[in-house]
Design a protein around this ligand. Sequence first.
Ligand SMILES: NC(=O)c1ccc[n+]([C@@H]2O[C@H](COP(=O)([O-])OP(=O)(O)OC[C@H]3O[C@@H](n4cnc5c(N)ncnc54)[C@H](O)[C@@H]3O)[C@@H](O)[C@H]2O)c1
Ligand SMILES: [Zn+2]
Length: 385
Amino acid sequence: MLTDYSLKMPKNIRAGEHAIEQLSEILNEEIKKIVIFTDKGLMNAGLVDLPIEIIEQAGIAYTILSDIPAEPNYHEAQATIDAFKKEEADLVIAIGGGSVMDVAKLASILATDEYTVKDLLDNPLLAKKQVPSLMIPSTAGTGAEATPNAIVGVPEKDLKIGIVNPEMIADFVLIDGRMIRNIPKPIAAATGVDALCHAIECFTSAKANPISDTFALEALDLIMNNIVEACTQPEALEAKRNMLLGSFYAGVAITASGTTAVHALSYPLGGKYHIAHGVSNAILLTPVMKFNEPTIKDLLAVAYDRVIKDGNKTLSENEKSSYMIKQLDEIVKVLEIPTSLKTFNVPKEDLEGLVAAGMEVTRLLVNNKREVTPEDARNIYLQIL
Ligand SMILES: NC(=O)c1ccc[n+]([C@@H]2O[C@H](COP(=O)([O-])OP(=O)(O)OC[C@H]3O[C@@H](n4cnc5c(N)ncnc54)[C@H](O)[C@@H]3O)[C@@H](O)[C@H]2O)c1
Ligand SMILES: [Zn+2]
């Protein structure tokens, strides 16, 4: 039982139908140079145009760094940060999904030559905030706009590693539903289930506490009741706004609590096979929830009462908890996200390597209420191979 808990979150959050326009209220004459972090997908989708227009109207110089690959490894992140350092920016703006926001957050604490991303892999707390940062998330999503985390691939270890440093928490966040209006369905679905995993994992985490529960439950409610509509109906703007808000809240819940075995066992799938973060979480969601069920039934029943709008409050704890797990499974299937590693041709012989790599993610495994032994991890991976 946790007796002390706390929360750090971005200082200035603006959300709503015209959140991006509010950038003009944040820019001021002390900001002489802005570096915009984004990627080719965002540029091609025209999602960088409006922020640029506002920066130009404010008469502020800017540079765009758009060579960030999806799910960058630490060498790739460092290459962008090296380009950033030359610009001597007073403000970092990230326009993109978790990949872009994570690199921008690292840049905000690595603006001088003192430390590198690799240094932070060994000692994440070394660096301090040097340049303020502003996040405009374009997926709903990682919640990276709320968290102190940046996740990078480590090719030498076939793993992804989370660098956690409170100095990386963004200073400004603009949450605008228009950013996900035309997002392709497979990206919306996978990133949406990532947010869903954040909410349910944080709510059932050993680190959960009254602050994280508040955000995790609201996130779960918003996400479970909007994800299918938001991902399948292009004009469902309200559902999309709710998804962006839900994924932000889930990010806040991560900061106050922490994800569990879904994310822990998912890291090697991203690190070794480059399966998209949301997809690898989606594949693991049902098997891990079933494994955890004996220790989290009471919490799943609480979630049922909050989230299932036409639910029957008189059902037993067992019935509510199995209904919740069925609903989570249903969402992954309805959104047509792969549910097996067969889709990615992962050979059965890799099982032991996966178990060893998954068990290394102790940072998150310790949050899982039911202890995960190597034998348990093996059984879970076997179900999805
Ligand atoms: N920092 C954190 O707290 C945190 C939490 C979870 C995951 N992550 C990390 O975030 C990364 C994944 O981020 P993600 O899932 O947001 O995806 P992403 O940023 O990797 O983007 C995936 C693809 O979608 C495209 N895209 C993004 N938004 C779009 C839009 N609105 N319209 C059209 N195309 C769009 C991008 O161009 C890219 O090609 C992973 O590296 C993951 O480990 C970070
Ligand atoms: Zn995640």
